[in-house]
Structure formats: structure tokens, C-alpha cells
Design a protein around this ligand. Structure first.
Ligand code: 5GP
Length: 126
């Protein structure tokens, strides 16, 4: 089954400039901005400008240029924030995907969380 992209999702609106955002970095293929409801002192969302729904959608259908640009941008942000693990205290990446991943916004995005000790990876709820 193929992905269908909903161009009314909130990140599509941000990319079209219909909703404001606090941009951290922008490149040809990638936009990074601050999460509106931060869950750590640093909470950045990194998104491709292309219309990809999930991490697997991006990983399998994006061009090499888009994928390289995405990861380079993400890496540069961790250095700019001073949280890259060789120069700072590290960070966590999260990409919620689909129903079990509890993805709210159906445009692929990677959360960068940093600035405090983040605790266990998951809370057990079973
Ligand atoms: P998800 O649950 O899909 O992985 O995460 C969606 C994230 O988008 C949430 O952390 C939420 O706070 C953030 N978010 C939702 N709406 C907006 C918005 O209008 N602006 C920004 N900057 N972040 C948003």
C-alpha cells in the first residue's frame, strides 16, 4: 500500500509559510524549527521539505540528495546547540511513525531532544 500525503497537515502549512515557526536552520531540502510544546530545554523538529509521511517513506523514496541534506542538517544542529556527544552532553532522536508509534503529524519529522538527562527510553505501559 502506498502512502497518501495530507497537504493540510500542520507541517505542510509551516512549509508553505501559512503558520509561523521559530526556524533553527533551513537548507534546500530541509527545515528545522523549535517544537511548540518543548519536552526538554532543547526540542527541535527536523523535517524534509518533500512530502514524506513517515521515516520509512522518507528512507525508501527520498532522493540521495534529500537524505544526505536531512542528516547533515541534523548533525550540524547538534553541533550548533553544543549537544553533540563529543563536545557536549548528548541528545535523543525520536521519529514517531504510524499508529503504534503514536505519530500526530503525518509529515516525517525527527525530534532532537537535549539539555537535560532524558531518562529511560520508554515508559512501560503494559
Ligand atoms: P509527533 O507526535 O507527530 O511525533 O510530534 C508532533 C510534534 O509537533 C509535537 O511535539 C508537537 O508539539 C509539535 N507541533 C504540533 N503543532 C505544532 C506547531 O504548530 N508548531 C510547532 N513548532 N510544533 C508543533
Amino acid at each position: 500500500m502506498a502512502y497518501t500525503y495530507d497537504d493540510q497537515n500542520i507541517f505542510a502549512k509551516i512549509l508553505r509559510g501559512e503558520i509561523p515557526n521559530t526556524t533553527v536552520r533551513e537548507t534546500e531540502h530541509t527545515l528545522a524549527f523549535r517544537d511548540i510544546a518543548p519536552q526538554a530545554p532543547e526540542h527541535i523538529l527536523v523535517i524534509p521539505k518533500g512530502t514524506y509521511v513517515t521515516a520509512d517513506h522518507f528512507a525508501t523514496e527520498a532522493s540521495d540528495a534529500e537524505i544526505a541534506d536531512f542528516w547533515r542538517t541534523l548533525g550540524e544542529i547538534t553541533r550548533e546547540l553544543g549537544v553533540a556527544a563529543d563536545i557536549g552532553n548528548g541528545y535523543r532522536l525520536i521519529a514517531n511513525s504510524g499508529i503504534d508509534g503514536v505519530q500526530d503529524v503525518p509529515h516525517f519529522h525527527m525530534h532532537i531532544l537535549a539539555g537535560r538527562k532524558l531518562g529511560p527510553m520508554l515508559m512501560r505501559r503494559d
